[in-house]
Design a protein around this ligand. Structure first.
Ligand SMILES: Nc1ncnc2c1ncn2[C@@H]1O[C@H](COP(=O)(O)OP(=O)(O)OP(=O)(O)O)[C@@H](O)[C@H]1O
Ligand SMILES: [Mg+2]
Length: 474
Protein backbone atom coordinates (compact mmCIF):
# COMPACT_ATOMS: atom_id res chain seq x y z
CA UNK A 1 0.00 0.00 0.00
CA UNK A 2 1.38 3.39 -0.98
CA UNK A 3 1.40 5.70 2.02
CA UNK A 4 1.30 9.40 1.32
CA UNK A 5 2.15 12.11 3.81
CA UNK A 6 0.28 15.23 2.80
CA UNK A 7 1.57 18.49 4.29
CA UNK A 8 -0.88 21.32 3.67
CA UNK A 9 -2.05 24.08 6.00
CA UNK A 10 -5.15 25.10 4.05
CA UNK A 11 -7.80 22.73 5.41
CA UNK A 12 -10.04 23.12 2.37
CA UNK A 13 -7.29 22.29 -0.11
CA UNK A 14 -5.99 19.53 2.14
CA UNK A 15 -9.40 17.94 2.39
CA UNK A 16 -9.97 17.93 -1.35
CA UNK A 17 -6.54 16.46 -2.12
CA UNK A 18 -6.90 13.90 0.64
CA UNK A 19 -10.35 12.89 -0.60
CA UNK A 20 -9.24 11.95 -4.07
CA UNK A 21 -5.88 10.47 -3.06
CA UNK A 22 -7.66 8.23 -0.59
CA UNK A 23 -9.31 6.43 -3.44
CA UNK A 24 -5.93 4.83 -4.15
CA UNK A 25 -3.57 5.43 -1.25
CA UNK A 26 -3.48 5.66 2.46
CA UNK A 27 -3.10 9.34 3.30
CA UNK A 28 -1.85 10.97 6.46
CA UNK A 29 -2.38 14.70 6.80
CA UNK A 30 -0.03 17.08 8.60
CA UNK A 31 -1.02 20.73 8.89
CA UNK A 32 2.49 22.03 9.49
CA UNK A 33 6.01 21.07 8.47
CA UNK A 34 6.90 20.63 12.13
CA UNK A 35 4.15 18.07 12.55
CA UNK A 36 5.25 16.34 9.35
CA UNK A 37 8.82 16.06 10.62
CA UNK A 38 7.56 14.38 13.78
CA UNK A 39 5.59 11.69 11.98
CA UNK A 40 8.34 11.18 9.43
CA UNK A 41 10.64 10.18 12.23
CA UNK A 42 8.20 7.62 13.52
CA UNK A 43 6.92 6.05 10.36
CA UNK A 44 8.05 5.35 6.82
CA UNK A 45 6.06 6.92 4.01
CA UNK A 46 6.24 6.15 0.31
CA UNK A 47 6.07 9.79 -0.66
CA UNK A 48 5.68 13.26 0.85
CA UNK A 49 3.37 15.70 -0.90
CA UNK A 50 4.12 19.11 0.52
CA UNK A 51 2.90 22.66 0.14
CA UNK A 52 5.73 25.16 -0.33
CA UNK A 53 4.25 27.93 1.80
CA UNK A 54 3.45 26.85 5.32
CA UNK A 55 2.91 28.84 8.51
CA UNK A 56 6.18 27.95 10.32
CA UNK A 57 8.90 25.96 8.63
CA UNK A 58 8.55 26.10 4.84
CA UNK A 59 8.28 23.12 2.53
CA UNK A 60 11.85 23.60 1.33
CA UNK A 61 13.12 23.77 4.89
CA UNK A 62 11.27 20.59 5.72
CA UNK A 63 12.91 18.87 2.77
CA UNK A 64 16.32 20.11 3.90
CA UNK A 65 15.73 18.91 7.46
CA UNK A 66 14.60 15.51 6.21
CA UNK A 67 17.68 15.04 4.11
CA UNK A 68 20.02 16.02 6.98
CA UNK A 69 18.26 13.49 9.14
CA UNK A 70 18.74 10.88 6.46
CA UNK A 71 15.05 10.56 5.59
CA UNK A 72 15.17 9.95 1.87
CA UNK A 73 11.44 9.64 1.13
CA UNK A 74 10.57 11.00 -2.34
CA UNK A 75 9.29 14.54 -1.99
CA UNK A 76 6.81 16.31 -4.27
CA UNK A 77 6.27 20.01 -3.82
CA UNK A 78 2.87 21.53 -4.43
CA UNK A 79 2.68 25.23 -4.84
CA UNK A 80 0.33 27.92 -6.02
CA UNK A 81 3.00 29.99 -7.69
CA UNK A 82 5.46 27.60 -9.25
CA UNK A 83 8.37 28.99 -11.15
CA UNK A 84 11.59 27.60 -12.51
CA UNK A 85 14.00 29.07 -9.90
CA UNK A 86 12.03 27.57 -7.02
CA UNK A 87 11.78 24.32 -8.91
CA UNK A 88 15.51 24.27 -9.44
CA UNK A 89 16.17 25.11 -5.80
CA UNK A 90 13.80 22.36 -4.75
CA UNK A 91 15.34 19.75 -7.00
CA UNK A 92 18.80 20.76 -5.84
CA UNK A 93 17.69 19.96 -2.35
CA UNK A 94 16.49 16.60 -3.57
CA UNK A 95 12.82 17.15 -4.36
CA UNK A 96 11.63 14.56 -6.85
CA UNK A 97 9.07 16.76 -8.46
CA UNK A 98 7.23 20.03 -8.45
CA UNK A 99 3.58 20.62 -9.28
CA UNK A 100 1.43 23.69 -9.46
CA UNK A 101 -1.98 23.67 -7.83
CA UNK A 102 -4.58 23.68 -10.54
CA UNK A 103 -2.07 22.54 -13.15
CA UNK A 104 -2.69 18.89 -12.68
CA UNK A 105 -5.76 16.68 -12.55
CA UNK A 106 -6.33 14.24 -9.68
CA UNK A 107 -5.72 11.35 -12.08
CA UNK A 108 -2.42 12.81 -13.17
CA UNK A 109 -1.30 13.33 -9.61
CA UNK A 110 -2.18 9.74 -8.75
CA UNK A 111 -0.22 8.52 -11.75
CA UNK A 112 2.73 10.71 -10.82
CA UNK A 113 2.83 9.32 -7.31
CA UNK A 114 2.56 5.77 -8.56
CA UNK A 115 5.36 6.13 -11.05
CA UNK A 116 7.54 7.91 -8.54
CA UNK A 117 7.13 5.21 -5.98
CA UNK A 118 7.63 2.51 -8.59
CA UNK A 119 10.93 3.60 -9.99
CA UNK A 120 11.88 5.60 -6.87
CA UNK A 121 13.53 7.94 -9.31
CA UNK A 122 17.00 6.56 -9.32
CA UNK A 123 19.19 4.30 -11.31
CA UNK A 124 22.78 3.22 -10.80
CA UNK A 125 24.36 4.36 -14.04
CA UNK A 126 27.70 3.10 -15.30
CA UNK A 127 29.59 2.29 -18.50
CA UNK A 128 32.92 1.02 -17.21
CA UNK A 129 34.07 -2.53 -16.77
CA UNK A 130 35.24 -1.61 -13.26
CA UNK A 131 31.75 -0.65 -12.14
CA UNK A 132 30.15 -3.61 -13.89
CA UNK A 133 32.35 -5.92 -11.84
CA UNK A 134 31.84 -3.95 -8.67
CA UNK A 135 28.06 -4.18 -9.02
CA UNK A 136 28.36 -7.90 -9.56
CA UNK A 137 30.09 -8.18 -6.21
CA UNK A 138 27.47 -5.90 -4.66
CA UNK A 139 24.63 -8.11 -5.89
CA UNK A 140 26.39 -11.14 -4.52
CA UNK A 141 26.83 -9.48 -1.14
CA UNK A 142 23.22 -8.29 -1.19
CA UNK A 143 21.98 -11.85 -0.81
CA UNK A 144 23.62 -12.14 2.61
CA UNK A 145 23.15 -10.25 5.84
CA UNK A 146 26.81 -9.35 6.21
CA UNK A 147 27.87 -5.89 7.22
CA UNK A 148 29.29 -3.96 4.29
CA UNK A 149 31.79 -1.12 4.46
CA UNK A 150 31.71 1.14 1.41
CA UNK A 151 34.82 3.25 0.93
CA UNK A 152 35.59 5.97 -1.54
CA UNK A 153 36.23 9.63 -2.09
CA UNK A 154 33.49 12.16 -1.61
CA UNK A 155 30.82 12.06 -4.31
CA UNK A 156 31.74 8.68 -5.85
CA UNK A 157 28.31 7.22 -5.12
CA UNK A 158 28.70 5.46 -1.77
CA UNK A 159 25.17 6.16 -0.65
CA UNK A 160 23.89 5.14 -4.09
CA UNK A 161 25.68 1.83 -3.78
CA UNK A 162 24.24 1.27 -0.31
CA UNK A 163 20.75 1.75 -1.75
CA UNK A 164 21.59 -0.50 -4.65
CA UNK A 165 22.59 -3.27 -2.25
CA UNK A 166 19.38 -2.79 -0.30
CA UNK A 167 17.26 -2.96 -3.44
CA UNK A 168 19.04 -6.07 -4.62
CA UNK A 169 18.59 -7.77 -1.26
CA UNK A 170 15.70 -9.83 0.11
CA UNK A 171 15.07 -6.81 2.34
CA UNK A 172 14.09 -4.61 -0.61
CA UNK A 173 10.46 -4.33 0.48
CA UNK A 174 11.45 -3.17 3.95
CA UNK A 175 12.78 0.25 4.99
CA UNK A 176 16.13 1.68 3.97
CA UNK A 177 17.18 4.19 6.59
CA UNK A 178 20.25 6.39 6.43
CA UNK A 179 21.81 8.21 9.35
CA UNK A 180 24.59 10.62 8.60
CA UNK A 181 27.10 10.64 11.46
CA UNK A 182 28.62 13.91 10.38
CA UNK A 183 25.32 15.77 9.98
CA UNK A 184 23.78 15.07 13.38
CA UNK A 185 25.27 16.77 16.45
CA UNK A 186 27.02 14.35 18.82
CA UNK A 187 24.57 15.12 21.58
CA UNK A 188 21.55 14.04 19.52
CA UNK A 189 23.07 11.11 17.71
CA UNK A 190 22.60 8.58 20.46
CA UNK A 191 18.90 9.40 20.86
CA UNK A 192 18.52 9.31 17.05
CA UNK A 193 20.02 5.87 16.77
CA UNK A 194 18.61 4.17 19.84
CA UNK A 195 15.44 6.15 20.46
CA UNK A 196 14.20 7.04 23.91
CA UNK A 197 11.43 6.53 26.43
CA UNK A 198 9.22 9.30 27.69
CA UNK A 199 11.09 11.24 30.35
CA UNK A 200 14.51 9.83 29.43
CA UNK A 201 15.86 13.37 29.49
CA UNK A 202 14.49 16.90 29.68
CA UNK A 203 12.45 17.46 26.59
CA UNK A 204 11.68 13.78 25.97
CA UNK A 205 7.95 14.32 26.13
CA UNK A 206 7.04 11.10 24.51
CA UNK A 207 8.52 7.81 23.43
CA UNK A 208 10.46 7.84 20.21
CA UNK A 209 11.82 4.82 18.37
CA UNK A 210 15.43 5.00 17.17
CA UNK A 211 16.71 4.41 13.65
CA UNK A 212 17.76 0.86 14.45
CA UNK A 213 14.16 0.05 15.32
CA UNK A 214 12.75 1.93 12.35
CA UNK A 215 15.00 -0.02 10.01
CA UNK A 216 13.79 -3.33 11.39
CA UNK A 217 13.64 -5.94 8.68
CA UNK A 218 15.47 -3.59 6.34
CA UNK A 219 18.81 -1.88 5.98
CA UNK A 220 20.42 0.77 8.15
CA UNK A 221 23.05 2.94 6.54
CA UNK A 222 25.53 4.41 8.99
CA UNK A 223 26.76 7.11 6.67
CA UNK A 224 30.19 8.65 7.30
CA UNK A 225 30.91 6.22 10.11
CA UNK A 226 34.44 7.60 10.36
CA UNK A 227 32.87 10.63 12.02
CA UNK A 228 31.07 8.67 14.70
CA UNK A 229 32.07 9.96 18.14
CA UNK A 230 34.32 7.56 20.06
CA UNK A 231 32.03 7.27 23.07
CA UNK A 232 29.20 5.88 20.93
CA UNK A 233 31.32 3.28 19.20
CA UNK A 234 31.16 0.56 21.88
CA UNK A 235 27.37 0.91 22.01
CA UNK A 236 27.05 0.51 18.28
CA UNK A 237 29.31 -2.50 18.38
CA UNK A 238 27.11 -4.08 21.02
CA UNK A 239 23.94 -3.52 19.00
CA UNK A 240 25.51 -5.01 15.89
CA UNK A 241 26.72 -8.04 17.78
CA UNK A 242 23.72 -8.69 19.96
CA UNK A 243 21.07 -7.54 17.51
CA UNK A 244 19.19 -5.83 20.28
CA UNK A 245 18.66 -2.18 21.13
CA UNK A 246 17.73 -0.42 24.31
CA UNK A 247 16.02 2.91 24.13
CA UNK A 248 17.54 5.61 26.29
CA UNK A 249 15.97 5.66 29.71
CA UNK A 250 14.65 2.16 29.45
CA UNK A 251 17.01 0.49 31.93
CA UNK A 252 17.43 -2.71 29.98
CA UNK A 253 14.20 -4.35 31.09
CA UNK A 254 13.41 -5.63 27.64
CA UNK A 255 15.92 -4.82 24.99
CA UNK A 256 14.19 -4.76 21.63
CA UNK A 257 15.15 -7.46 19.16
CA UNK A 258 16.04 -6.08 15.78
CA UNK A 259 16.79 -7.62 12.43
CA UNK A 260 18.81 -5.07 10.51
CA UNK A 261 21.45 -5.27 7.81
CA UNK A 262 24.10 -2.65 8.46
CA UNK A 263 25.95 -0.81 5.72
CA UNK A 264 28.60 1.75 6.61
CA UNK A 265 30.32 4.29 4.42
CA UNK A 266 33.23 6.60 4.89
CA UNK A 267 35.41 8.82 2.76
CA UNK A 268 38.07 8.91 5.44
CA UNK A 269 41.09 6.70 5.80
CA UNK A 270 39.55 4.57 8.49
CA UNK A 271 42.59 2.37 9.05
CA UNK A 272 44.56 5.51 9.77
CA UNK A 273 41.89 6.61 12.22
CA UNK A 274 42.23 3.24 13.95
CA UNK A 275 46.00 3.68 14.19
CA UNK A 276 45.55 7.15 15.61
CA UNK A 277 43.12 5.88 18.23
CA UNK A 278 40.22 7.84 16.77
CA UNK A 279 38.25 4.79 15.73
CA UNK A 280 37.89 1.62 17.76
CA UNK A 281 39.69 -1.34 16.30
CA UNK A 282 37.03 -3.85 17.38
CA UNK A 283 34.26 -1.87 15.68
CA UNK A 284 36.40 -1.48 12.58
CA UNK A 285 36.84 -5.26 12.31
CA UNK A 286 33.14 -5.81 12.91
CA UNK A 287 32.01 -3.45 10.16
CA UNK A 288 34.66 -4.24 7.59
CA UNK A 289 33.58 -7.82 7.00
CA UNK A 290 33.02 -6.96 3.36
CA UNK A 291 34.80 -3.81 2.25
CA UNK A 292 33.94 -2.38 -1.16
CA UNK A 293 35.95 0.53 -2.49
CA UNK A 294 34.38 2.66 -5.21
CA UNK A 295 37.14 4.07 -7.39
CA UNK A 296 37.17 7.80 -8.14
CA UNK A 297 35.53 8.83 -11.40
CA UNK A 298 38.89 9.69 -13.00
CA UNK A 299 39.83 6.01 -12.74
CA UNK A 300 36.69 4.88 -14.59
CA UNK A 301 36.32 7.39 -17.34
CA UNK A 302 33.98 5.14 -19.30
CA UNK A 303 31.29 6.14 -16.81
CA UNK A 304 31.49 9.85 -17.66
CA UNK A 305 29.41 9.87 -20.85
CA UNK A 306 26.66 7.53 -19.66
CA UNK A 307 26.32 9.54 -16.44
CA UNK A 308 26.25 12.83 -18.33
CA UNK A 309 23.56 11.54 -20.69
CA UNK A 310 21.56 10.30 -17.75
CA UNK A 311 21.70 13.62 -15.88
CA UNK A 312 20.83 15.52 -19.05
CA UNK A 313 17.90 13.28 -19.76
CA UNK A 314 16.55 13.72 -16.28
CA UNK A 315 16.78 17.50 -16.54
CA UNK A 316 15.29 17.55 -20.02
CA UNK A 317 12.36 15.42 -18.91
CA UNK A 318 11.74 17.52 -15.85
CA UNK A 319 11.64 20.79 -17.75
CA UNK A 320 10.12 19.31 -20.89
CA UNK A 321 12.92 20.51 -23.13
CA UNK A 322 15.47 18.79 -25.29
CA UNK A 323 18.98 19.87 -24.44
CA UNK A 324 21.86 17.88 -25.83
CA UNK A 325 25.61 18.21 -25.75
CA UNK A 326 28.14 18.82 -28.49
CA UNK A 327 31.00 16.40 -29.16
CA UNK A 328 33.52 19.00 -28.04
CA UNK A 329 31.67 19.37 -24.75
CA UNK A 330 31.87 15.64 -24.14
CA UNK A 331 35.58 15.82 -24.87
CA UNK A 332 35.95 18.54 -22.30
CA UNK A 333 34.21 16.39 -19.71
CA UNK A 334 36.35 13.39 -20.57
CA UNK A 335 39.56 15.34 -20.14
CA UNK A 336 38.80 16.61 -16.68
CA UNK A 337 39.96 14.94 -13.47
CA UNK A 338 36.78 15.21 -11.39
CA UNK A 339 38.11 15.77 -7.89
CA UNK A 340 34.47 15.96 -6.72
CA UNK A 341 33.57 12.78 -8.62
CA UNK A 342 30.00 12.02 -9.74
CA UNK A 343 28.48 14.73 -7.58
CA UNK A 344 30.70 17.29 -9.29
CA UNK A 345 29.77 15.90 -12.70
CA UNK A 346 26.11 16.20 -11.82
CA UNK A 347 26.63 19.83 -10.77
CA UNK A 348 28.62 20.69 -13.86
CA UNK A 349 25.93 19.18 -16.11
CA UNK A 350 23.17 21.07 -14.31
CA UNK A 351 25.11 24.29 -14.51
CA UNK A 352 25.74 23.78 -18.23
CA UNK A 353 22.07 22.95 -18.71
CA UNK A 354 20.99 26.19 -17.04
CA UNK A 355 23.58 28.31 -18.83
CA UNK A 356 22.68 26.91 -22.25
CA UNK A 357 18.96 27.04 -21.85
CA UNK A 358 17.81 30.05 -23.76
CA UNK A 359 14.15 29.53 -23.05
CA UNK A 360 13.26 27.52 -26.14
CA UNK A 361 12.51 23.84 -26.35
CA UNK A 362 15.85 22.83 -27.85
CA UNK A 363 19.43 23.78 -27.31
CA UNK A 364 22.94 22.39 -27.48
CA UNK A 365 25.49 22.64 -24.72
CA UNK A 366 28.78 24.03 -26.00
CA UNK A 367 32.12 23.82 -24.15
CA UNK A 368 31.80 27.43 -22.95
CA UNK A 369 28.87 26.49 -20.74
CA UNK A 370 30.89 23.83 -19.04
CA UNK A 371 32.32 25.52 -16.00
CA UNK A 372 34.40 23.35 -13.74
CA UNK A 373 35.03 24.19 -10.17
CA UNK A 374 38.79 24.11 -10.32
CA UNK A 375 39.81 22.87 -13.70
CA UNK A 376 39.92 26.03 -15.76
CA UNK A 377 42.25 27.62 -13.33
CA UNK A 378 44.51 24.63 -12.93
CA UNK A 379 44.60 24.15 -16.62
CA UNK A 380 45.52 27.72 -17.35
CA UNK A 381 48.36 27.25 -14.96
CA UNK A 382 49.60 24.19 -16.75
CA UNK A 383 49.12 25.28 -20.32
CA UNK A 384 49.96 28.90 -20.25
CA UNK A 385 52.72 28.96 -17.72
CA UNK A 386 54.21 25.57 -18.31
CA UNK A 387 55.30 25.70 -14.72
CA UNK A 388 57.39 28.83 -15.18
CA UNK A 389 56.53 31.46 -17.73
CA UNK A 390 53.32 33.37 -17.70
CA UNK A 391 51.85 35.45 -20.43
CA UNK A 392 49.54 37.81 -18.61
CA UNK A 393 51.70 39.20 -15.84
CA UNK A 394 52.35 38.23 -12.28
CA UNK A 395 48.89 38.94 -10.99
CA UNK A 396 47.40 36.27 -13.20
CA UNK A 397 49.36 33.44 -11.75
CA UNK A 398 48.67 34.59 -8.22
CA UNK A 399 45.01 34.59 -8.97
CA UNK A 400 45.17 31.11 -10.44
CA UNK A 401 47.09 29.54 -7.63
CA UNK A 402 45.06 31.16 -4.95
CA UNK A 403 41.76 30.17 -6.37
CA UNK A 404 42.10 26.51 -6.99
CA UNK A 405 40.83 25.74 -3.55
CA UNK A 406 38.43 28.64 -3.25
CA UNK A 407 36.62 27.40 -6.32
CA UNK A 408 35.91 24.02 -4.84
CA UNK A 409 33.83 25.89 -2.30
CA UNK A 410 31.89 27.40 -5.13
CA UNK A 411 30.76 24.00 -6.25
CA UNK A 412 29.18 23.29 -2.90
CA UNK A 413 27.40 26.58 -2.68
CA UNK A 414 25.88 26.10 -6.08
CA UNK A 415 24.44 22.83 -4.95
CA UNK A 416 22.83 24.43 -1.99
CA UNK A 417 20.94 27.16 -3.70
CA UNK A 418 20.69 28.99 -6.91
CA UNK A 419 20.65 32.61 -5.98
CA UNK A 420 21.85 35.71 -7.78
CA UNK A 421 25.22 35.61 -6.01
CA UNK A 422 25.90 32.20 -7.43
CA UNK A 423 24.97 33.30 -10.91
CA UNK A 424 27.34 36.22 -10.41
CA UNK A 425 30.06 33.76 -9.53
CA UNK A 426 29.34 31.75 -12.64
CA UNK A 427 29.62 34.80 -14.86
CA UNK A 428 32.77 36.07 -13.19
CA UNK A 429 34.37 32.67 -13.50
CA UNK A 430 33.36 32.42 -17.12
CA UNK A 431 34.83 35.83 -17.84
CA UNK A 432 38.07 34.92 -16.12
CA UNK A 433 38.13 31.66 -17.99
CA UNK A 434 37.77 33.40 -21.34
CA UNK A 435 40.49 35.90 -20.56
CA UNK A 436 42.87 33.34 -19.15
CA UNK A 437 42.57 34.84 -15.70
CA UNK A 438 43.29 38.43 -16.74
CA UNK A 439 41.23 40.63 -14.47
CA UNK A 440 41.40 43.79 -16.56
CA UNK A 441 39.97 42.06 -19.62
CA UNK A 442 37.52 40.04 -17.59
CA UNK A 443 36.15 43.23 -16.02
CA UNK A 444 35.72 44.70 -19.52
CA UNK A 445 33.83 41.64 -20.63
CA UNK A 446 31.57 41.90 -17.62
CA UNK A 447 31.03 45.61 -18.12
CA UNK A 448 32.35 46.54 -14.69
CA UNK A 449 35.52 48.21 -13.44
CA UNK A 450 38.53 46.22 -12.32
CA UNK A 451 37.98 47.64 -8.87
CA UNK A 452 34.42 46.31 -8.75
CA UNK A 453 35.64 42.96 -9.99
CA UNK A 454 38.26 42.81 -7.26
CA UNK A 455 35.65 43.72 -4.66
CA UNK A 456 33.32 41.07 -5.98
CA UNK A 457 36.05 38.46 -5.94
CA UNK A 458 36.62 39.23 -2.28
CA UNK A 459 32.95 39.42 -1.48
CA UNK A 460 32.24 36.12 -3.18
CA UNK A 461 35.20 34.59 -1.37
CA UNK A 462 36.91 33.79 -4.65
CA UNK A 463 40.08 35.39 -3.41
CA UNK A 464 40.11 34.35 0.17
CA UNK A 465 42.08 31.19 -0.22
CA UNK A 466 44.07 30.52 2.92
CA UNK A 467 41.29 28.96 4.92
CA UNK A 468 39.77 26.91 2.14
CA UNK A 469 43.21 25.66 1.25
CA UNK A 470 43.62 24.36 4.76
CA UNK A 471 40.20 22.75 4.56
CA UNK A 472 41.14 21.01 1.40
CA UNK A 473 44.37 19.68 2.79
CA UNK A 474 42.69 18.20 5.82
N1 LIG B 1 26.37 5.53 -10.63
C1 LIG B 1 25.58 6.59 -10.44
N2 LIG B 1 24.46 6.75 -11.19
C2 LIG B 1 23.65 7.81 -11.02
N3 LIG B 1 23.87 8.77 -10.13
C3 LIG B 1 24.96 8.68 -9.35
C4 LIG B 1 25.87 7.59 -9.46
N4 LIG B 1 26.86 7.76 -8.57
C5 LIG B 1 26.59 8.88 -7.91
N5 LIG B 1 25.44 9.46 -8.37
C6 LIG B 1 24.85 10.72 -7.91
O1 LIG B 1 25.93 11.53 -7.46
C7 LIG B 1 25.63 12.14 -6.21
C8 LIG B 1 26.61 11.68 -5.16
O2 LIG B 1 26.38 10.33 -4.85
P1 LIG B 1 26.40 9.79 -3.35
O3 LIG B 1 25.71 10.72 -2.44
O4 LIG B 1 25.95 8.39 -3.37
O5 LIG B 1 27.97 9.88 -3.09
P2 LIG B 1 28.80 9.67 -1.77
O6 LIG B 1 29.98 8.87 -2.14
O7 LIG B 1 27.92 9.16 -0.68
O8 LIG B 1 29.25 11.15 -1.47
P3 LIG B 1 29.70 11.82 -0.09
O9 LIG B 1 30.99 11.20 0.31
O10 LIG B 1 29.86 13.25 -0.46
O11 LIG B 1 28.59 11.57 0.89
C9 LIG B 1 24.19 11.77 -5.90
O12 LIG B 1 23.35 12.80 -6.35
C10 LIG B 1 23.95 10.52 -6.70
O13 LIG B 1 22.60 10.40 -7.07
MG1 LIG C 1 27.43 9.97 1.19
Amino acid sequence: MIEVLLVEDDIQVAKSIKDFLQRKFSVHLALTAEEALEVLQEKNFSVVLCDLKLPGMSGLELLQKMRTLGISTPFIIITAFGDIPTAVAATKLGASDFIRKGDITPEELIRKIESLVDESDWEFVFGSETMRNLLKVARQVAKTDSTVLILGESGVGKEMLAKYIHKASPRAGRPFIAVNMSAIPDTLLEAELFGYEKGAFTGAERRKPGKFELADGGTLLLDEIGDMPLHLQPKILRVIQEKKVERLGQYSQNPIKIDVRIICTTNRDIEKLVKEGKFREDLFYRISVIPIRIPPLRERRDDIIPLTKYFLKKLSTKYEVNISMSEKSYEKLLNYDWPGNVRELQNVVERAFILSWTGGKESIITPESIVFSSYEIQNINLNKTDGKEISEGKETINYEKKNISALSGFQTSLTDDLNIKNMEKVFILKALERTGGNKTRAAKLLGITVRTLRNKLKELKLEESEKSKEDEEE
